[in-house]
Structure formats: C-alpha cells, structure tokens
Design a protein around this ligand. Sequence first.
Ligand SMILES: *Cc1c(COP(=O)(O)O)cnc(C)c1O
Length: 355
Amino acid sequence: MKKHNFYAGPSILPEFTVEETAKAVKDFAGTGISVMSISHRSKEFVAVMDEAQQLFKELLHIPEGYSVLFLGGGASTQFAMIPYNLLNKKAAYLNTGAWAKKAIKEATLFGEMEITASSEDKNFSYIPKGYSIPDDVDYFHITTNNTIYGTEIKEDFDSPVPLVADMSSDIFSRPVDVSKYALIYGGAQKNLAPAGVTFVIIKNDILGKVDRKIPTMLNYQTHIDKGSMFNTPPVLPVFSALQTLKWLKDMGGVEEMHKINQKKAEMLYNEIERNSLFRCTVENTDDRSLMNVCFVMDEDHKDKEKAFLDFATEKGMVGIKGHRSVGGFRASLYNALPLDSVEALISCMQEFEKK
Ligand SMILES: *Cc1c(COP(=O)(O)O)cnc(C)c1O
C-alpha cells in the first residue's frame, strides 16, 4: 500500500533526492566509489559543495555580502552559536514555542535577555502582534515556523536591529527577502536533506562585534573563511541537499513551490473547518502554518481520537500523531509531499465522518 508521509522531521524528501542519493552511495559522479568514502577535498565533492552554495543563493535570491554555510550540530547548536558570535550585551527574542524557548535558554548564558512578546499564555497557538522591537539590543530572534504548534510568521518584516531567524521548518517553502535578515539558520531534516547538516545564511559584516573569545569551530568566521570546508562537512547530507535544490529549481523555484504549498494547506484547512469532527488548534487563519497543520478532535468527539488515528494508519497515513504538547494530529505538508497525499488524508477524514 502507498504510504503518505506526514512526519514533522526527519520528513519526506523528493523521490529524486532519494534516488540520486541511493545511486551516489554506490557510485558517486562516475568515480566508482561511494560518496560516503571519497575525500571531502576531492574535486568531485568540492564541486558538490560549490554548487549547493551557489543554488542556495540563486533560489533564495541571496544578495551580495552573505555566505551560505553547511555545518554540523543541528539547529540546536545554532541556539548557542548565535549568541556566542553576536550577543555582546543584550538580545531580544520572540517566544513562539518550544524551539524559541530552547534558543532563549542558550542565549541567557551569554548576556541579558528581553522577551519582546510571547504566546505562551495560550499554548503558543498564535503569533504575537503589536509589539515593538527594541533598538538597544544586539539582535532580535524569531522562529518563523513553529513546527510543534503549527503557527507561522509568513512575512519578512523590517527590524531596527539585526534580525535572526530559525527557519528550520519553512526554508524554501516561500520566497524570502533575505536582505531583511542578518542570519537565517535551520536543521536541514525538515525540507531539504537527511538529518546531519545545518544551513546558515549569514551577512558577513555582522561579525567581529563581540568582546569574548570564540572557540574556532563555533566561530562563524572560521567557516566563512574556508567556504564551509574548515573541517569535514556532513558529506552525504550536503550531497542530498544539492539534489533537493536541483529538484526545487526544476519545479520552478520557491515562487512556484509557494503556490503549491498554499494550495495544499488551504485544502486541508478547509476540510478541518468543514468537518464537524475536527477543529484547528490555531484560530487566527493568518497565523496558520503552511508546513505543519495542527488539529484536534472537537470537544464532543474527543473519545474518537485514537479510532481516527488507527483508521488513518490503516489507510496508509504515516506520522500524523500530534506532538505531545498539543495532542491530536499534525500533518506536515513539506515541499516534497505530493498533493495526492493531502487528498488521501482528506478522504480519510470524510470517510471517518460518514462512519
Ligand atoms: C526541528 C527544529 C529544531 C531543532 O533542530 P535540530 O536540527 O534537531 O537541532 C529547531 N527549530 C525548529 C523550528 C525546528 O523545527
């Protein structure tokens, strides 16, 4: 039976990425050896790294003066690396969920913290509005897509201080005006590549402003200077990331992908609204994520949650159980998830309603 993969991360990747990676694991670029076994200094792999960085810049229209890095350690290491490199005295953070909180926790190790606004009062089910970004801080940090709660900041806004964004789960899902950001980062395992590589888009001139000494590997400058090849990069995930970027370009880039993503999300949100069994946990439609759709069974039908999960699993739905801090269901609609998977989930919801 066909499986429909709604996992939040690691998550579905394009068939093309999986196929090309499988081939390269056996024979990489006609070398007769595996991509796992070739020197990262070989001309074949250097070409992969260069092309991946170049396509990143092309697809996101990254302006001059920025570098693209592929590092290890996950987005979680960035939670510390960012303040290490950028926080001299004080930073401001928007608290929109569990990942934001983890980022805040790390930053407090390095300086003063101002929580500019928070949605914790309603279990992070909305995006705070009407706050003003302080102008006496070293940077302002946001999480554009809150993977666990299904909320998303969908617009790039102006900030009086350098803007730093965790885009782990919505990178490449929509066009981004990179010039509004000083730094964008994320784990690749949501929308780009297998786990093991972390992307960082960094404006070169924001560095060198903190007084502390920074360990070599945690210093962005080290990686910028060496084109992300200071030490051994995560070779296989970088190779896979390149395949996803090629696929994305073929699909018409982030502009086209955004249209498809809007359509997929709209279809599912519409069904949640229409179907009396279900209720979306994010009330404000503007705040609803295009990538992670969170919903629960309506109050009167709470007892049927397990039954629906079993029913959907039988029909080939995978990974739709909600995160424990929200409950219910979460369908992740990343770029690689085909429209027919969304249709299959909707059919499940309709059939279950009839039963
Ligand atoms: C998954 C996720 C993270 C954590 O990523 P790791 O690579 O596992 O450290 C951080 N932020 C967001 C928004 C995420 O979705």
